[in-house]
Design a protein around this ligand. Sequence first.
Ligand code: ADP
Ligand code: MG
Ligand code: MG
Length: 889
Amino acid sequence: TKWVYDFSEGNKDQKDLLGGKGANLAEMTNLGLPVPPGFTITTDACRFYLEHGSTPPDLSDEVTEHLTALEKAMGKTLGDPSDPLLVSVRSGAAASMPGMMETVLNVGLNDESVQGLATQSGSDRFAWDSYRRLIQMFGKTVQGIDGELFDEALDEVKREQGTELDLDLDAEHLQDVVRRFKEIVKQHTDRDFPQDPREQMDLAINAVFDSWNSDRAILYRRRERIPGDAGTAVNVVAMVFGNLGMDSGTGVAFTRDPGSGEQGVYGDYLQNAQGEDVVAGIRNTVALTELEQIDKDAYDELLQTMSTLESHYRDLCDIEFTIERNKLWMLQTRVGKRTAGAAFRIATQLVDEGLIDMDEAVRRVTGDQLAQLMFPRFTEGGDAKKLTQGMNASPGAAVGKAVFSSEAAVEQAQNGEKVILVRRETNPDDLAGMIAAQGVLTSRGGKTSHAAVVARGMGKTCVCGAEELQVDTKAKKFTAPDGTEVTEGDVISIDGSTGKVWLGEVPVEPSSVVRYFEGEVDPEADDTEALVNSVHRILTHADSRRRLDVRTNADTPEDSARARRFGAHGIGLCRTEHMFLGDRRQLVEKLILAEGDDDRQAALDGLAPLQKQDFVEIFEAMDGLPVTVRLLDPPLHEFLPDLTDLSVRVAVAEAEGHPDEANLRLLAAVRRLHEQNPMLGLRGVRLGLVVPGLFAMQVRAIVEAACERKKAGGDPRPEIMIPLVGAVQELEAIREETEQVIASVCEEHGAEIRPLIGTMIEVPRAALTAAEIAHSAEFFSFGTNDLTQMTWGFSRDDVEAAFFHAYLDKGIFGISPFESLDLDGVGRLVRVAAREGREARPELKLGICGEHGGDPESVHFFHEVGLDYVSCSPFRVPVARLEAGRAAL
Ligand code: ADP
Ligand code: MG
Ligand code: MG
């Protein structure tokens, strides 16, 4: 195996092997951009190391070979006492994990080479600053010493000098800092700070490997669904120095605004600084545009380079650069993370610039991003009091109780509280709190700060750099410019789209994208928000590409109409149980308590007209489109009072000496219908088979409603769906009864209604006997909620709270199978049933109506197995349309 690649040997498509950073450094090198030379140790080497606990035996020789070549290119030797080559040792995995792993800068400095560096650079201050940074980073990441110890030592020296700024420390002070740092190292490792440059480098390489399994890296991967066994590459890069004086500096930039997608120059720059200084919020950065005044030549070259990168990657790039004595160096680039809104805008901008086509634009956005754009946003006004405005780092409208530490955020979120994490600035240790919180508010740092970058990546609302706020995390409070104090537990609202912060809860209104779906906004008008226009163009194109139809799950006329506006092409699941609640409970009770056919028929006759009216309105809302009505599914006792409550009421009445006859009868019925495992009990088709007349009443209501609509000039398209079938015989019995009812209603009305009759596939046995069932069914609709529940033997209502946490922690699955379809197990049943059903009946219609119908990954699977449609809740309809289009590309 080849373990090490020079930058000139790789390219951007080798992310799996070289990591994202390494692959892109190679790409930039080969584009002729100014990248300091270096080499990449592969993720293969990392995986070997993680597996065996030691590096591959031949790695060291290969590293030596590449180091020698690097030294030759630079004309310097690593750690040479008179003129040292220094390197950075940088992590970089295939999937971007910003700030989650480790990097060590200035490797190669020691007590002697620091002198050489000083002589060569002509700056003592610079040399000692670099050395103290090495010891600090090396001590923390390689030797595992608590970073606070170094921070405190540095603060102490600053205090002694009466300053708060690093820049006020001169060479002598920094030499003092180095002495103190070395003492800390000695105290905590029982040895002197390693002086051998190669040993420093080798230890740093192993530390980067180890950082793959740091707590925060593991947490981040779980949250972002990144596989845990990929490992990181290590990049060894010749150092360039932004801390050589005011003609030097370091910065980060985006080729477009990652918040809105707007074109322009976005970034932060910090003079006389190195590495993380920009993002750590140590000193206040300046906006990148100001670099034009500071160093025009470097600025122009940077802009030129950014434009080269954009057209080369055909996408928004983010960039790290350093200027060393007026010379620009590129240290990193990658296709940058962006907000959901920016993703849509950038995709259509790139189409308009001729860089990508519409297919590619559809590939560039996701259903999850679209879902984010449908969240409500704040309205102005209400009782909340505006406190300040920070930077709009990651959009969204978040309301919650202020908390001031990651731990508090996690703890309170576990208790069901909504919280906003408030910090001066965040660091990677705050990750757990950021995940737990509704949103993040910081008082320092720009749009490239840790908080902003991580929040954007997660789609979490964030306002950063609200500099007017005095945040005191120790006292758990912050103070607004008008003196208002906000303490832990106070409710605040933050708007990640505008940067505004309020005390109190701000009311919300529908987003502009939802208003567009509602038909309230013309997407092509001149004054329409650019974002709405982008969404419209992309979704329209996705529609033109998709093969899957999208229907909705709806059981009211209002939901049906809304889903239709959102693009649903019919109803895939109209539940009828909701139509049995409310005032109608009494009629259902009567039905259950009926003693004899007449009683029962009277109850059914009471229900029938009400049922019919429900369907009339739904057919009207979905005129011309299919409406799949599912006959009653849940166990009957769900419509009866609770056993305990009723027992108490009966007992009380008896004790008071006037027993209630009706309640006594009801109690007997509740007892009779009580089941240990109701979800596996008397429900679905089983009800139809044992409660005479129930399904017939429902079918009659459906067909009469259709006749009525037809008479009124409408075009009703009912489909009748039998739930919970496990054997074809169940279906055949109901089918016969259903056909008779249809025929007689049609005759009574002199109308011709011919609904499809089909079944849900939600019992594993149905999936396994799909061929037989297809003989009696004109369509299948996969009920993936029950199918998941019965395939795994998980009670949906109980297990998520009981043990899914443990399952997720142990990696038994990466996401709940109720959220995203379990492709290997449940998916296999779907695949088998679809294939065998179609073999038996080629024109069999296939759909899915579980929660998974709106889940992006599941939609791709349903496309692949050849279903005709997915059905999902109204608000997921646009998401399913987009993902169905993406699946077809
Ligand atoms: P991360 O993945 O957390 O961004 P990096 O490996 O990119 O970590 O490095 C951390 C910081 O150090 C960045 O600001 C980067 O630009 C800077 N840096 C890395 N290598 C060098 C180098 N060879 N010369 C100067 N600065 C460097
Ligand atoms: Mg970086
Ligand atoms: Mg079901």
